[in-house]
Write a protein that binds this ligand. Structure first.
Ligand SMILES: Nc1ncnc2c1ncn2[C@@H]1O[C@H](COP(=O)(O)OP(=O)(O)OP(=O)(O)O)[C@@H](O)[C@H]1O
Ligand SMILES: [Mg+2]
Length: 423
């Protein structure tokens, strides 16, 4: 209560009924603002008197605790349904203990919640006048912590795997060098009999196979490292259509060799988006390479750029073999491949790059007809316009601090009136 009211309360028998009415109505206004504030907070708040009977229970506390009955003469623990909480409040309140953040799992059908309950003394004018109980729903906080722990252990595992992959690269390189030496030695065996010549020919063929396998292993390791290493993506405002043109130019010869017709459909007045040229190019290249591989008999490859609903859409459409419906959910998984020499990491890398661009990737495909891969990149929105001067606080609503629903002028007026009445 404001000191002014206290002063006035002391002199209440000297105040006119009209002033008392005004004072009460201001107090009621103040009270309703405090109550609204307490009822609007997401935390549960309960105030008990010295006999542990609840004086005030806010809405969140009511929702979280579930009361089985209500009687103003009963102590808090006799009003609550949950047995563990009954026991807790009975022992803590009667033992006059102070408790900070004791956790409870509340079993709600289909919605289990974890709450942290604190019980402290309620002090008023320096004296203990009851108990304040604070209840916080920490379910989401706990979930986030668990997610973070999982992400951390996954990151540790990934680092480990990346380390192993990196170590594999060195022996692979050394095996490749040794094979080269063996091949040269074999070539030097000139004056051999027919039988040995056939043998060295066969050995040469074996060496080719071993070398192919080494290249394959090396590609797996390189792609794996690319997929798991944190990307040093730097997003800058840029034109995505230029990246599309670059990819088309880069792949032009290979596309022609495969008897594929290339079509570029780039809309006008496209907005700039936040992108990293190097990585976006890699993401598109992986899609285009898949599209080419899907059209062994030739066909049409269309690369288009359009914008819609605050998104820039980069699409690659082929008229190739298509993807069976049951395989579509799998294609972005690491190591999923239907190709004899594929690593199955191409689309995984593309997916990761698109995510780093805060984007999405979608696929539509019909077996025998072809597929369309679309990268959606958000178009940055212009900064929100600032409010004209003087309107900055217009949306903050009632400020409890500034007078709990009554202005300083209101108070002064009542005080002045009271003084005049006294006089
Ligand atoms: N345009 C497409 N048409 C048909 N199937 C496709 C297409 N794009 C991807 N796929 C399917 O998705 C699989 C996974 O593609 P992804 O690019 O990740 O790996 P990959 O192409 O097999 O190997 P690589 O790592 O060499 O790219 C492919 O093996 C293929 O089955
Ligand atoms: Mg691929």
């Amino acid at each position: 209560m404001k000191p002014l009211f206290k002063q006035m309360l002391k002199r209440i028998d000297r105040l006119s009924p009209d002033i008392i009415r005004q004072m009460l109505s201001l107090l009621a206004r103040e009270n309703s603002v405090y109550e609204a504030a307490l009822n609007s907070t997401l935390d549960g708040i309960i105030v008990c008197d010295l006999e542990h009977r609840p004086l005030f229970i806010n809405r969140s506390a009511e929702k979280m605790l579930r009361f089985s009955t209500w009687h103003e003469d009963l102590p808090l623990w006799q009003l609550i349904e949950d047995e563990a909480l009954q026991e807790f409040f009975s022992s803590v309140l009667q033992g006059e203990e102070k408790v900070l953040g004791r956790e409870f799992a509340l079993d709600r059908p289909g919605n289990a919640r974890i709450v942290a309950i604190s019980v402290t003394e309620l002090l008023s004018d320096g004296r203990i006048s009851g108990t304040l109980i604070h209840i916080e729903d920490i379910t989401d906080k706990r979930k986030r912590e668990a997610q973070l722990r999982r992400a951390e252990s996954l990151a540790a595992l990934t680092t480990l795997a990346a380390g192993v992959a990196h170590e594999i690269k060195n022996p692979l390189a050394s095996i490749r060098i040794q094979l080269g030496i063996i091949r040269r030695l074999l070539q030097q065996c000139q004056n051999l009999h027919e039988r040995e010549r056939t043998m060295t020919h066969q050995l040469g063929h074996n060496l080719d196979l071993v070398e192919q396998e080494i290249d394959r292993l090396n590609a797996i390791v390189v792609d794996f490292l690319f997929a798991v290493r944190p990307m040093d993506i730097i997003l800058m405002r840029d034109r995505a259509e230029e990246v599309v043109r670059e990819v088309a130019e880069f792949m032009k010869d290979e596309i022609e060799q495969q008897h594929i017709t290339l079509r570029l459909e780039i809309a006008e007045n496209l907005p700039e988006v936040m992108l990293d040229r190097k990585y976006l190019k890699q993401a598109l290249l992986n899609i285009v390479k898949n599209a080419i591989a899907a059209m062994p008999e030739g066909g049409t490859l269309t690369m288009s750029v359009t914008s819609a609903n605050d998104e820039l859409l980069l699409s690659v459409t082929d008229t190739g073999i298509g993807i069976p419906e049951e395989l579509q959910p799998k294609i972005f998984e690491p190591y999923f491949t239907t190709k004899e020499t594929g690593t199955g990491l191409g689309l995984t890398i593309t997916f990761k790059i698109v995510k780093e661009h805060n984007g999405e990737i979608t696929v539509t495909s019909k077996p025998g007809k072809g597929s369309t891969f679309t990268i959606h990149i958000p178009v940055p929105q212009p900064e929100r316009k600032s409010l004209p001067p003087g309107e900055e606080h217009s949306t903050t609503g009632t400020s409890v601090h500034a007078g709990a629903g009554m202005t300083e002028a209101d108070l002064q007026e009542v005080a002045g009136e009271a003084q005049r009445t006294e006089a």
